[in-house]
Write a protein that binds this ligand. Sequence first.
Ligand SMILES: CC(=O)N[C@H]1[C@@H](OP(=O)(O)OP(=O)(O)OC[C@H]2O[C@@H](n3ccc(=O)[nH]c3=O)[C@H](O)[C@@H]2O)O[C@H](CO)[C@@H](O)[C@@H]1O
Ligand SMILES: C=C(OP(=O)(O)O)C(=O)O
Length: 422
Amino acid sequence: MVRYRVRGGNALRGTAFIQGAKNAVLPMIGAALLASKGRTVLRNVPIIEDVRRAVELAQAIGAYVELHEAERTLVIDASRLTSPVLPAEIARRFRGSVLFTPALLHRLGEAIVEGVGGCNLGSRNLDFHYLGYKRLGAIVDEGETVIHVKAAGLAGATLYLDTPSHTGTENLIMAAALAKGVTVIENAALEPEVLDVIDMLAKMGAKIRGGGTGFITVEGVEELHAVEHTVMPDRLDAGVFAMAAALTGGELSLVGTGLDLGVVRYKLEQMGVEFAKQGAVLHVRCDRQPLRPINIITDTYPGFATDLQSPMMTVACLADGVSYIHERIFDGRFALAGELNKMGADVEVEGSRAIVRGATPLSGAHVTAHDLRSGIALVLAGLAAKGETVIESGYLIDRGHAHLAERMRALGADITREISGR
Ligand SMILES: CC(=O)N[C@H]1[C@@H](OP(=O)(O)OP(=O)(O)OC[C@H]2O[C@@H](n3ccc(=O)[nH]c3=O)[C@H](O)[C@@H]2O)O[C@H](CO)[C@@H](O)[C@@H]1O
Ligand SMILES: C=C(OP(=O)(O)O)C(=O)O
């Protein structure tokens, strides 16, 4: 059991190094498996548990993978894939496992999905993925626990997503990239991570138009080749560090090329946080305590990212007045409220809406991370609380944030990562 122990009260100051994006690197590992010869090199890889699981899963289906942690580099050789089975014991531990299906379909003609994991956020359906594969010519046999997808050869078609699913868009682009003919994907996701994956696939030889417009056209090609690609910065990791500066009254320089926090920046500015861009470095500081309250409505890009809703709920607890949060993407993403209330917050949840009454002083407590982002939100609460906060299970935080304790300690935080029994 991994746990984080945080003693609050220190303002965070210094330079924060933002990791590569989890939600870009996972589909890129899936994309690398489409190349039938050569070695793919991914740089700026975040050293997170989800990447370790993705490496294990790629090895389980026969790929040769080297993860060079110190160099944050992955080398993947998928010339020989040997098994279509995505084994439950690995695949159920992370959501990104869903992104291995297109490569198995193209390379081995079938994928046997024994399970898909990821944060527990209420319903997380995969119907758009499977309907899309079917329209491209696959046969999908949905058993109670195992899903068997078979494809003797996919052919282009017009596909429509009811909502712009992030991994759904990535999977259907990858399935279409090696299908015969032209595929059109309507209502496709606009997230920057999806565009980074499209960039990588284009370097590999894929013919993809319309990324970022909601209408993507993919002209199938015969084969894709191995390339080198640098993973974009993680805007969720960057948002968390900006919020850490905000709620500790600190000052941070965020380093990571091309960082754009979009609506998260504007919302924090409304609360009293100051941002300044100096070339590639984004400065964040906050002298104003307490902060001003805020309204947030989560949405697909360019709306407020649902993955930053939980950390923002923590920030809202320290704002003077009533904040309002409307979660529109997931129907079970408010488990954090009960944990924050244990620390002295006043958060009331009604269906998909939460009311946060602040500013309430937070005090340290033993709290539970219900998923990755509620975990990091509790770390933020711990940084602002009086006394000691212990957060379990730290594994969920490690799924998406690399070397968190080391990076925060370097900025003055009092935080340790412990493993039971040591
Ligand atoms: C590995 C990865 O990239 N994870 C991200 C990805 O998850 P993920 O790709 O799983 O999220 P989706 O965009 O697919 O899901 C969003 C919503 O659409 C619904 N839906 C989705 C697919 C489908 O076939 N049917 C369906 O109904 C889901 O139940 C959910 O309510 O996008 C989420 C929303 O930005 C982020 O929180 C996750 O961090
Ligand atoms: C929901 C998340 O991740 P995943 O889709 O990998 O479970 C997240 O990163 O907050």
